[in-house]
Ligand binder design. Structure first.
Ligand code: AHR
Length: 321
């Protein structure tokens, strides 16, 4: 029979209370957390990784960290290796929504609790994980859409939008698209004329924007990018095409990383919707609560705002990522 940390801790506590074991022996045992990260595709992801590593160190949690380089198969391998290592808790940011049931069932059979961070899975069986902690991506898309609707009031005629989507099949790409479309349908002049993935990276964002510009040229009025990195890549493409980002093409993006604030201060990006990557402290406190036998809420949502260009300079000094 498998003994997990919770059972072990309960046994040790009982032994300690019975006087057979000093409490100090119990206190020395570190919680072991296996964390499978998506990769290092964006400024956001780097901030997220740093937050998790720093918080684990601060809380004295033994972190087994694995970088999947944006590949689901690498994440599945990492999760299986965490089972083999008998970690106490597994947390991961799933690169895409589908295809996790088999490995999640293996983890459940090994009696290891799972915390989803940042992105959701589409598993029907929600008992396969304890909680999902992170942003409401649909609401982020809606915030971008509401900003677009307001902006539309100052624009004449049809408003042609090109969209740079995140990684295909990922929760933020699906939900940010859905939330944006839900809101902009109130204004029939706003039309998404091209939509393609830029995989959340600067290089791909630039490449796909070049293709959009080649195909549509000056017809493009607005770029909606699912993250700041793709928007920053696209800004380069727009400048190389002899156009002015932020003026000839209005740019809306998501994340709120420092790079986006710099672009806004330079007048090249119009607005960024915040998506907070600093999930480390919340994650470590959830891990400790779990190990102490507490029940976690099924959903832990991050509070976030929206930052238009005109507040960028004032907000920049207090940005943490
Ligand atoms: O899942 C969060 C998204 O992933 C961020 O918006 C993006 O920048 C990152 O790569």
């Amino acid at each position: 029979m498998k003994t997990n940390r919770r059972t072990m801790m309960a046994t040790m506590l009982a032994a300690s209370f019975a006087g057979a074991m000093p409490l100090s022996a119990f206190a020395e045992k570190k919680i072991v957390l296996g964390f499978s990260q998506i990769g290092a595709e964006s400024e956001w992801r780097t901030a997220n990784t740093n937050s998790i590593k720093d918080s684990a160190a601060k809380e004295g949690i033994d972190l087994k960290f694995s970088d999947a380089q944006q590949k689901q198969e690498n994440q599945i391998k990492a999760l299986r290796s965490f089972i083999a290592q008998k970690v106490d808790v597994i947390a991961f940011a799933p690169v895409v929504e589908s295809g996790w049931d088999t490995v999640l069932k293996e983890i459940k059979a090994a009696n290891i609790p799972v915390i989803l961070t940042d992105r959701a899975v589409d598993s029907k069986d929600t008992s396969l994980y304890v909680t999902f902690m992170g942003s409401d991506f649909t609401e982020e898309g809606r915030k971008a859409g509401r900003w677009m609707l307001e902006k539309a009031k100052t624009m004449k005629g049809d408003i042609n939008v090109v969209e740079l989507q995140g990684t295909v099949g990922s929760a933020p790409a699906i939900d940010r698209k859905k939330g944006f479309e839900e809101i902009i349908k109130a204004e029939p002049r706003i039309k998404i004329i091209r939509s393609q993935t830029g995989d959340f990276t600067r290089a791909k964002g630039k490449e796909v924007m070049e293709a959009f510009l080649k195909a549509e040229g000056k017809k493009i009025n607005v770029l909606y990018a699912h993250n700041d990195d793709m928007a920053i890549g696209a800004i380069q493409a727009i400048e190389e095409a002899g156009l002015k980002p932020g003026k000839d093409i209005t740019i809306i993006s998501v994340d709120g990383v420092k790079g986006a604030f710099e672009a806004m201060m330079a007048g090249k990006l119009n607005v960024t919707v915040e998506c907070n990557p600093l999930l480390g402290p919340q994650l470590m406190s959830a891990v400790k609560d779990l190990m102490a036998g507490k029940t976690l809420p099924r959903r832990i949502v991050t509070n976030e705002g929206i930052f238009p260009m005109d507040v960028a300079a004032k907000e920049f000094p207090s940005r943490k990522y």
